[in-house]
Design a protein around this ligand. Structure first.
Ligand SMILES: [Zn+2]
Length: 121
């Protein structure tokens, strides 16, 4: 195993931990805000449905949680597809230091610059 393989491994572990933590927190907050009728309903729902519900609730805290959940979930999916660490826009490798700052980073630095310029986000 090379050094960068080990780093990717660590990043993916961090992602999975954050994924578990976020999904518990998201479900907890949704129950607190009674966005769902019961704990059973929330356990039976798809994560993607919960994300959509939380985002459309316009409760700031919940919106942020759901947005982060969505980002982390997409990164976890990219691990499963063997696409982790590749930019979603140009498919170039994302710099390791960017991934260390945020293991769920979906874009390389040049595409991030590009989208900031175009969408001001
Ligand atoms: Zn890119």
């Amino acid at each position: 195993m090379t050094t960068s393989d080990k780093l990717y491994d660590q990043l993916q572990q961090r992602l999975e931990q954050e994924h578990g933590m976020l999904s518990r927190e998201l479900k907890h907050e949704m129950l607190l805000n009674t966005l769902v009728p019961s704990a059973t309903a929330i356990e039976n729902a798809e994560l993607s449905e919960l994300i959509v519900m939380a985002k459309s609730s316009f409760i700031p805290n919940l919106f942020d949680l759901a947005a982060r959940m969505e980002r982390v979930d997409a990164a976890v999916c990219s691990v499963k597809l063997g696409m982790y660490g590749l930019c979603v826009d140009c498919e170039e490798e994302i710099a390791l230091e960017d991934l260390e700052q945020d293991p769920a980073q979906p874009r390389c630095s040049s595409c991030r610059e590009h989208s900031r310029y175009h969408h001001d986000s």
